[in-house]
Design a protein around this ligand. Structure first.
Ligand code: AMP
Ligand code: ZN
Length: 136
């Protein structure tokens, strides 16, 4: 897609530190790594968010994520896999990407997902009922 920075990386129009490439996926180092080896894995085809992907493309991307995860786990003590959709969820680049963040013992990071108010059981039960109708 024109004007998409990750499409430009996929098309080698702008440079990146590529760590893995196959027919469907590209993986490169994040330009602002939160830890050594912070990697982004993207589908070569442009999808804005994960729900726009078709199964075949997602399966191919998953294969690359699994392969790279196995490699990272040979070099690191742990691994966070994260993927953001839409601005509210922290997505800055609207081209699907998975963050693979190697973790090292005593690296000093904490992932704190606490929000101001706890989720109530009622809210969770309502979600449970609604989501089922979309997953049949
Ligand atoms: P997100 O907030 O999930 O959309 O993550 C976007 C990520 O893309 C951030 O971690 C950025 O540091 C990274 N990023 C943006 N531009 C580039 C680039 N040209 N090369 C590598 N990583 C990039
Ligand atoms: Zn794109």
């Amino acid at each position: 897609m024109k004007d998409c920075i990750f499409c430009k990386i996929v098309n080698k129009e702008i440079p990146s530190k590529i760590i893995y490439e196959d027919e469907h996926a590209l993986a490169f180092l994040d330009i602002e790594p939160v830890n050594v080896g912070h990697t982004l894995v993207v589908p070569k085809k442009h999808f804005e968010t994960i729900d726009k992907m078709d199964k075949e493309e997602y399966d191919k991307l998953s294969e690359a994520i699994l392969k790279i995860s196995k490699g990272i786990m040979c070099l690191a003590d742990g691994l966070n896999v994260m993927q953001n959709n839409k601005e509210i969820a922290g997505q800055a680049v609207p081209h699907v990407h998975f963050h693979l963040i190697p973790r090292y013992n005593d690296d000093g990071y904490r992932f704190d997902w606490k929000k101001d108010e706890d989720v109530t059981e009622k809210e969770n039960n309502e979600f449970l009922e609604k989501i089922k109708s979309f997953l049949k």
